[in-house]
Design a protein around this ligand. Structure first.
Ligand code: PFF
Length: 474
């Protein structure tokens, strides 16, 4: 079946192509880097269980809502919301939240590419080390042989101290993202997802099996799935809710945009469920992949954001075939990151095409170039501008460097705001018959979905938003 449509005239070549691309968008640094970091810092089990609840009670109804808007609208997020509003006798002013989403996606892209650049650097370091090991006739030795723990962990500091290196990595990653998006939905985004996602799953399963063999799976399962409810503080709940939105790419109109390239109308419920299940499974498997290795070497699971970049390379040093696995591990994260970054760039790009009438190449270049420039400020924040605190007047961001400020502002404010407006719009304003016929939900599924989107989501997301803005309330 060939599905085409939209003002841009573009579309997915099949339903499975859409699902793969949407899973590619959802599965990213959020799953492999942020989820294990948060689970580790938040004490494991209780966080993980609460997170799963957030995904299915809040995330899934929102996934369906965004895809519904895109499917009806058949154009960029702003135009799509406007069309749903027109068919529902709602004010066209609602379309502004599509614009908020596009700005959020653009801002997230700017620092996402910088972090993906770190991953790219580690692919290079580990790849070089693997070649060295092969050259020495010991392809199955540990990673970074002969380096002290300080040297292994110091590599991240060396990278951060070098604006040139950070910039080069950021440039390559953003360039690749721009290249794929400029090629279009079918020849760019879909092609990338169909090539990269199978590769991602093979790597994920392979490294998880490796971790289960050489690492400590028993301790990992106990850590990830035994809840200690006393650890479920309001702060932990807030971060689990925020992580569920980020991981499913919600609140930035990403799924509105991807949904606008779908032609067939029914069966959106199972499609949404597949996206949520796949994304959550990958996050859990990433935990099952990373923690056995962390525990085997006696490292601290609560190491924070450096867990993946400093703790794991050290762990790979003493593991059999660590040089090979270390390289594949960072390659896996890179693959996950690029299928997400293309979705981040696609949101504003579609806006430029649909609302401004720009060509795809021009729109992608303008937004990709703009995000690249903001990303430069983020990476300079680690060295030459290390004392810059952009929102120092605002207590919430007083201590945040440039990257953390943009991350915090988008994650704590823009993303929940986008999700809140989506839930109110779809839950209260959009025409119910239009939703029923477009999504193909059965009556009971529709009733359940409506309860979640109209009541639970607005309340829960308002809580994230308010407590995110005023942490002293927690
Ligand atoms: N879901 C991505 C991740 O977990 O890494 C991040 C992301 C991608 C957020 C695309 C928003 C988006 F539109």
């Amino acid at each position: 079946m060939v599905a085409v449509s939209g003002t841009t005239g573009e579309g997915w070549s099949s339903r499975s192509a859409f699902i793969l691309a949407a899973i590619g968008a959802a599965v990213g640094l959020g799953n492999i880097w942020r989820f294990p970091t948060l689970a580790g810092e938040s004490g494991g089990g209780a966080f993980v269980i609460f997170y799963i609840g957030c995904v299915f009670l809040l995330g899934l109804p929102l996934v369906l809502s965004e895809i519904f808007i895109g499917r009806v609208g058949q154009t960029d997020a702003v135009g799509s919301i406007r069309r749903v509003a027109a068919q529902s006798q709602a004010s066209p002013a609602w379309s502004f939240f599509g614009g908020v989403g596009a700005i959020a996606a653009f801002l997230i892209l700017s620092f996402y590419s910088v972090v993906a650049g770190w991953v790219l650097y580690y692919v290079g370091v580990m790849g070089g080390d693997l070649l060295q090991a092969i050259g020495d006739g010991e392809p199955f030795r540990g990673a970074l042989a002969g380096e002290s723990k300080e040297m292994v962990q110091g590599r991240m500091g060396d990278l951060f101290a070098s604006p040139g290196l950070l910039l080069a990595m950021h440039l390559v990653f953003m360039g690749a993202t721009l290249f794929i998006v400029a090629r279009g939905v079918h020849a760019g985004i879909e092609k990338a997802a169909t090539v990269l996602m199978p590769m991602f799953f093979v790597l994920l399963l392979g490294i998880t099996i490796y971790g289960a063999i050489v690492g400590d799976m028993g301790e990992t399962i106990a850590f990830l799935f035994t809840p200690d409810w006393s650890k479920l503080t309001p702060t932990v709940m807030n971060s689990a809710l925020g992580q569920a939105l980020f991981s499913l790419s919600l609140g930035v109109a990403g799924l509105i945009t991807y949904g606008s390239y779908i032609k067939e109308g029914s069966g959106l419920g199972p499609t949404s469920a597949m996206i949520a299940i796949a994304d959550t499974s990958v996050a859990l498997i990433a935990g099952l992949m990373i923690f056995p290795i962390v525990f085997a070497v006696g490292l601290d699971p609560a190491a924070g954001p450096t867990l993946v970049f400093q703790s794991l390379p050290f762990a790979f040093q003493s593991m059999p075939a660590g040089a090979l696995i270390g390289f594949l591990f960072f390659l896996l994260i890179l693959v996950a990151a690029i299928t997400s970054s293309i979705s981040l760039l696609e949101v504003p790009t579609a806006y430029g095409i649909g609302e401004k009438g720009w060509s795809r190449g021009k729109s992608a270049a303008i937004f990709g170039g703009g995000a690249f420039v903001i990303g430069i400020a983020c990476l300079l924040g680690y060295n030459v501008w290390s004392d810059v605190r952009p929102l120092s007047f605002w207590p919430l961001f007083a201590d945040a460097d440039i990257l953390d400020t943009i991350d915090g502002f988008t994650g704590k404010i823009m993303l929940p705001l986008g999700a809140l407006l989506t839930s109110i719009f779809v839950g209260w304003k959009a025409d119910r018959n239009l939703i029923r016929t477009t999504t193909g939900l059965s009556p009971w599924a529709f009733g359940l979905w409506r309860f979640l989107i109209a009541w639970l989501c607005p309340i829960a997301v308002t809580i994230i938003l308010v407590t995110g803005l005023f942490p002293s309330l927690l």
